[in-house]
Design a protein around this ligand. Sequence first.
Ligand SMILES: [Zn+2]
Length: 459
Amino acid sequence: MQKLILFVVFLTAITGCGDELKNKRRQPGINIVQQPLKSSPPFLLMKESRGCEVKRIENYDRFLNLFIEGNITMSSRDLRDIFRGLFVKSADTSIITKTIYGLDIELVPRGDTMEMVVHKKGKSVSVCPEKKDYQRESVESASMNASYFITKTNKAVRAQSPSLRIAPIKVIISPSHRTTLRVQSLGLRKRSFYRTDNAYYDPSDMSVTFLPHSQAWKNAGIQANFWEVPMVASHEYGHHIFQTILRKGMGGVKGMRTLTPCFADHPVVEDGEVVPTATFADKVSILSAYNEGFSDLIAFYSLSNEERSVQGVKCLSVTRDVAQPFFIDGRSKVFSPDAIYTFLTPAMTTQELPCEITNFQGVHTMGAVFAHSADKITTQWTQSKEKKLSITIKWAQKLAAKLSGMSFLSKHQLLRDIYALYITTASEELEEPLNAESCKLAEETFPSITHSIPQCKGL
Ligand SMILES: [Zn+2]
């Protein structure tokens, strides 16, 4: 069942919306589902130009369609760094090795496992030099948008951490991605559904995928061209950076599957009583939430204020805006006792809630709590996005070094200590001592966090 587990646990999508597989996060390995799955076919992007009259790009300024502050804006950008010849990839292939379209894949059950069948291999995306602007629904437009913002985030991160070695990635645009399952309620008949309306990072082949719109969302007039939202491209690339940094602590790129030896489930005895430590599932959930928050912060600090806006984007608006203290339904972005309890309690339902309702069981929700809280902590000392970006990277590096030493923590302690590490990292990096005022602010974001911050004790 490894293949399905791999897909369920490790793909890090931008939102939980429309992603039926995510429901099975706490029950990996299941390929028989109780409910018939709803699915709408994808609205695939078109390759607009085939065969070019001119073979050489002379002018790199092109127009990108950007979904900024709820509006589609045309913006001219210098795209020099994202072309190699006519192909959309880094000039020196150091950031993006290739951008592909036309991929047609299907996950099918084979015995107890899920197997990937490739119906059609993707082709590399190229553009025509004579064509300056492409239609919104074209492969070329989506590829240029995604590559431009991934490249921008890469450069911002490398400027703060020149020694960090980030492997190049592959970008996949608008694939047809079908999953076929055996459905118990239909007498074990097979049923297929498409993955749509989302974007995700896959660490197993270091790729960022922008899924197509579903026909249903398209017909309902829902704007979710995620390749047009700069924050989404940067966020997915943020997962790649997190994976790069945490690789050692997690025991290898191939996933947290190999995390067990260095991060095992040990019972701990304190005062004659067995204290349960975080289980493997708890650790995966907690690290996944921090992975989401980290990626939101990377996007927030590496893009311009205008580019990082998610206003008007379904499932992201307000909720995934790091600066906003509330979710879209008004719940506070605080590690409240209720939020922590809900997050750390195993799922009681497999029903996915609409993304407009805050669900603290979700890793994206707790990630948003972390991102906002972390930003609030650093904002008391600095407004500099560069410094905040640097702190965020430093925190992940420290976490990687400390992770194996955190094996004996309970799940609550683990959640708390990882956030406390951000606060102490910020204080050290900015050379701002933790005083009564800053410790009080920390407590407001996470009650009892000061138990994990030695500098706050006795204040
Ligand atoms: Zn994500």
